[in-house]
Design a binder for this molecule. Structure first.
Ligand code: NAP
Ligand code: MG
Length: 502
């Protein structure tokens, strides 16, 4: 990652340098580049507007702690202007034929793919996740969500036979920092396909790809006000979800904030979907293909530095293979390359923020204090930035905080079980219920287990696989409502007439 100093400009705080030109490839001979503006305004009514607060805040590269750009801090009046812009756009957008709405979505998907490298690099810089992942997962999957929903835009009546699906109105959407572009696509695409308009607030620490997506909307000729993106902090999110002009709130983030939003929405008669935290059980049986299971477990917990709501953070291994499995896992962990996220060979990048690093350290210290056995890969971590090595705890009890609380980092808690009944009991012994994984050779056992696991997604002999056609969402404190597939679209329509239940 080399910066071309010439185009950098200083704004805001004098000692900080915002914006600049970045190379796609860190190799010295590489010349292809993309730019980051020194400052980003709010995207409201199809235009860039300065915030009425007059305030801006920095977003940094967590791998170097260097500022990337400063973005607008939206206050109550800005939130109001964004909702009004969406309300203004709604009548025309909702009356457009499904075919025409689909055309816009197809165009957005195609442009996103054309600009895939730029989006992958920007996401890696602003978030800290490895370029291998943004290139192969985040960006293609974000485009897939637009393609997939483009295909449904003119076929909604087939999805809900005998009923007339109608758009809800203006949707307020608040997303977290762990998959910034993907979460934006995941939320915006179904809302638009169903004829709604959107006001979206990205997370404070990773706003740049959602802002660049606005450029794609402009390029695609999307009518002004159909999507509005307002940056800010938790207060901005709180102001958005409280706005009386919304017909629905869609939130992805922590269980704590999810509960607050549920209170804010209570009694208003509007729709709400919540995608919250998780503490997924990842089950390995003695008859599993052990080496493949090791790969699956590594993908389950170390993908995206463990900043994944559905991360397989509680490994349950059948007692008879525990020692062998842990030994193989430790050997595999030693080969995980941690470092510069822009390097194509990097497997694990930077922890997203200082606050998240502090939380991971606190929970790991609690694990050690509680008597669990900590194993960390010996890897050299960069001096600047936020880093944590791949970590694994054995001798874990269900009562340990590391077995109950979401670490949201590269930390795996290993427990054991003897029988399938005990595995199910331990897997379900959590306040969460977002996802689970099963590794076994027996198909009948998979079906038996999948029926009993209280989790929205159950992966079998694989983990962390996503598809726009597959509904995703949780039980218990992991939230409610589904995103993706028919169920995801159901959450963005009102069903009028007909005899069938939605
Ligand atoms: P978070 O603190 O809940 O923040 C999520 C979003 O909500 C951010 O945009 C945040 O703004 C905003 N926000 C904060 N306080 C708010 C309030 N009172 N009212 C409205 N909005 C508010 O979560 P996070 O730290 O970004 O993300 C980590 C959590 O998200 C984890 O627990 C993880 O499991 C969960 N997650 C769940 C899923 C899923 O699909 N189930 C997916 C990804 C992440 P600021 O950024 O400015 O604080
Ligand atoms: Mg950042």
């Amino acid at each position: 990652m080399a910066k071309n100093g010439e185009k950098q400009q200083a704004t805001g705080t004098p000692e900080l340098v915002f914006g600049g030109v970045w190379k796609y490839d860190p190799a010295p001979e590489s010349t292809e580049h993309f730019t980051i503006a020194p400052r980003y305004e709010l995207f409201v009514g199809g235009e860039w507007k300065a915030p009425k607060t007059g305030k801006y805040f920095a977003t940094i590269d967590p791998a170097t702690e260097k500022p990337l750009s400063e973005v607008a801090l939206a206050g109550d009046k800005d939130v109001d202007a964004a909702v009004k812009a969406a309300q203004k756009a709604f009548p025309a957008w909702s009356k457009l034929s499904g075919e025409d709405r689909g055309r816009y979505l197809f165009r957005i998907a195609r442009i996103l793919l054309e600009r895939a490298r730029e989006f992958a690099c920007l996401e890696t810089l602003d978030n800290g996740k490895p370029i291998k992942e943004t290139r192969d997962v985040d960006v293609p999957l974000a485009a897939q969500h637009f393609f997939y929903h483009a295909g449904w835009a003119d076929k909604l009546d087939l999805l809900f036979p005998g009923q007339t699906p109608e758009p809800l109105g203006v949707i307020g959407q608040v997303i977290p920092w762990n998959f910034p572009l993907l979460m934006a696509a995941w939320k915006i695409a179904p809302a638009l396909a169903a004829g709604n308009c959107v006001v979206l607030k990205p997370a404070e620490t990773s706003p740049l790809t959602a802002l660049r997506l606005c450029e794609v909307f402009q390029q695609a000729g999307l009518p002004a006000g159909v999507v509005n993106i307002i940056t800010g902090d938790g207060k901005t999110g709180a102001a958005l979800v409280r706005h009386p002009g919304l017909a629905k709130v869609a939130f992805t983030g922590s269980t704590e904030v999810g509960k607050e939003i549920q209170r804010a929405v209570a009694g208003r008669g509007i729709e709400l979907t919540l995608e919250l935290g998780g503490k997924a059980a990842h089950l390995v049986f003695e008859d599993a293909a052990i080496d493949q299971a090791v790969e699956g477990v590594v993908r389950g917990i170390f993908f995206n530095q463990g900043h994944v709501c559905c991360a397989g953070s509680r490994l349950l291994v059948q007692e008879s293979v525990h020692d062998l499995f842990v030994q193989k896992l430790q050997r595999r962990m030693a080969r995980i390359r941690v470092g510069n996220p822009m390097d194509k060979n990097t497997d694990m990048g930077a922890i997203h923020s200082a606050a998240q690093l502090a939380r991971i350290r606190e929970l790991v210290a609690a694990g050690v204090e509680g008597g669990a056995n900590l194993h960390q890969s010996a890897c050299e971590l960069p001096k600047k930035g936020f880093w944590f090595p791949p970590s694994l705890f054995t001798e874990v009890a269900m009562s340990h905080r590391i077995a109950r609380e979401e670490v949201f980092g590269p930390v795996l808690a290993v427990l054991t079980f003897r029988t399938p009944e005990e595995a199910v009991e331990k897997a379900n012994n959590t306040s969460y219920g977002l996802s689970a994984g099963i590794w076994t050779d027996k198909g009948a056992r998979i079906l038996w287990l999948a029926e009993r696991m209280k989790a929205g997604v159950v992966w079998n002999n694989t983990y962390n696989r996503f598809d726009a056609a597959s509904p995703f969402g949780g039980y218990k404190e992991s939230g409610f409502g589904r995103e993706g597939g028919r169920q995801g679209l159901r959450a963005y329509v009102r069903l009028a007439g007909g005899l069938l239940p939605g």
